[in-house]
Design a protein around this ligand. Sequence first.
Ligand SMILES: [Zn+2]
Length: 200
Amino acid sequence: MKKCCKDFLDAGEDSFTYQHVSLDKFPLIPWLHDDKRISFMKRCKESKNMDILYREGLLQYLRVNIGGGGCGVELLKIVAEKGHKEAKYVYGMIMLCSENEELRKHGLKHMRFLRESMCVIRCRKNVEKILQYVWKNNKKLVQNQINLCKSKNTCKSWRPKQGRWSLLDDDDDDNNDVNMCEYCRWDHELVSFSKFFHVH
Ligand SMILES: [Zn+2]
């Protein structure tokens, strides 16, 4: 159930509605003070709307990286584990940047879920979109320089889904071809993530 939040500004008093409404139309950081929006957001938060918790986790995470605010990554983890796809993407990619192999495995679990649901690229685009006007200075997020694929020279590698005219990397998910190397697929994703998330 994904309905535009606008439909709910004046209607829908039950908490199920607030719990499931999509917040896509709202920017991550609002430009204007708007009492109606604030009260709507408050109601969503009280109803444990996953979208709002994801946004809060994202903002907290970015703030801690510029020297303030809470941790964020814990909240992202909670929301990811509840099944929020964009939270899975952000949390999964942050974990894949880690030097800790166990955390990387944790990240893989979430990314595999998205791949099986055929929505890795859609999630990437949504995260990129919500962060487009947000200042990112991820000084603390340093990417593990060791590739996930440990046998780049011999493995069958991975390539984006082949379109009719060119390689499509932004329209659809990959083929999920079992003959391609899964680790190379995530190494490829880390390149995209590092660019828009400003990972060092
Ligand atoms: Zn590989």
